[in-house]
Design a protein around this ligand. Structure first.
Ligand code: G3P
Ligand code: MG
Length: 250
C-alpha cells in the first residue's frame, strides 16, 4: 500500500511547506502529495488554495501576486501543531524549491495541478510553468517518482499528448466519480485514478480494478479504513498522518 504524505507531513509542520516535505523524507516516507498553482506574474507556487486567507498571514487572491510578494508572506502562522512558534517565517515554496528538494532526495511526488480558478488561459499558463519548471528540471520523471494529477482532466489530456512518458491520474470527488470515470481515464491516457474516500464503495473499487486502474484514495486518516481499502484492492492512500499510518499498517 503506497502512503502519500498529503501536503507533506502536515500534522507535524504547516501544510505544503518545505519543512513539511523534509519531515516526510526524514520520517522515511517515500511519497509526498502537493498542489501547484501560479501567481499573477506566472510564478508557479506550492499552495492548495487560490487565496491566502486560510494558511497565511495575508488575505486575497494569489492571482494578484508576484514573486516579489512571497518574501512578505508566512505560510506557517495558522499551524497549531508541534513547535508552531517556529513557523512564523515559513515561506510559501515555489515549484523550483520543490523540484530542488525532489532532485536532492529522490522522493516520489504526486504533483496536483490545481484547477486554476482564474480561468482557461491561466490554466494553460500553469501547465506551461509546470512543463518548464518541473518536467524540464526534474531529474527522475519515471512513474515511480512522479505522478501528475488534476481535477482538470483536459490538462491531463494535454500532458499525455505532449509528454506520454509522464504518469497521470484523474482526480474525482464523490459527486462526479461514476459512471463516466472509466471512459475519461481512458480518453486522457491516465492509468491511475484518485477517488475521494467518502462514498467509495467496494463495488466502485471493483469496477475501477477491472479497468486495470491504479487506485489511490484521498484523504484517509483512519488506519482501519486504510486496511479495508487495501483488502478491497486500492493501491494507495493520501493521508495527513503518513508517519503514523505507516506504523499502524506494519
Ligand atoms: O490529491 C489528493 C487530494 O489532495 C485532492 O484534494 O483538495 O486536498 O487537493 P485536495
Ligand atoms: Mg491536493
Amino acid at each position: 500500500m503506497e502512503i502519500f504524505a498529503h501536503r507533506g507531513l502536515n500534522h507535524q509542520a504547516p501544510e505544503n511547506t518545505m519543512t513539511a516535505f523534509r519531515l516526510a523524507h526524514e520520517s522515511g516516507l517515500d511519497w509526498i502529495e502537493t498542489d501547484v498553482d501560479i501567481l499573477g506574474d506566472g510564478t508557479p507556487v506550492i499552495l492548495h488554495d487560490s487565496t491566502l486567507d486560510r494558511t497565511t498571514n495575508r488575505t486575497g487572491s494569489i492571482y494578484n501576486l508576484t514573486a516579489a510578494d512571497l518574501s512578505k508572506i508566512s505560510a506557517g502562522v495558522h499551524f497549531d501543531g508541534p513547535n508552531s512558534e517556529q513557523y512564523a517565517q515559513e515561506p510559501i515554496p515555489t515549484l523550483d524549491d520543490l523540484v530542488d528538494f525532489l532532485n536532492e532526495t529522490g522522493m516520489g511526488c504526486n504533483l496536483e495541478i490545481k484547477s486554476n480558478e482564474a480561468g482557461g488561459e491561466m490554466s494553460l499558463n500553469l501547465l506551461e510553468a509546470v512543463e518548464e519548471r518541473c518536467f524540464q528540471r526534474l531529474k527522475d520523471r519515471s512513474p515511480e517518482r512522479l505522478l501528475v494529477s488534476s481535477f482538470n482532466h483536459v490538462l491531463l489530456y494535454i500532458i499525455h499528448q505532449r509528454h506520454p512518458e509522464i504518469a497521470t491520474a484523474c482526480l474525482y470527488t464523490k459527486d462526479n466519480l461514476w459512471p463516466d470515470a472509466l471512459s475519461v481515464c481512458e480518453l486522457v491516457g491516465a492509468k491511475t485514478i484518485h477517488p475521494q474516500n467518502e462514498g467509495l464503495t467496494p463495488e466502485i473499487i471493483k469496477h475501477l480494478k477491472q479497468a486495470n486502474l491504479t487506485i489511490n484514495v484521498w484523504t484517509v486518516n483512519d488506519p482501519t479504513r486504510t486496511r479495508e481499502l487495501k483488502d478491497l484492492g486500492a493501491d494507495g492512500v493520501f493521508t495527513d498522518i503518513a508517519d503514523e499510518m505507516t506504523t499502524a499498517l506494519r
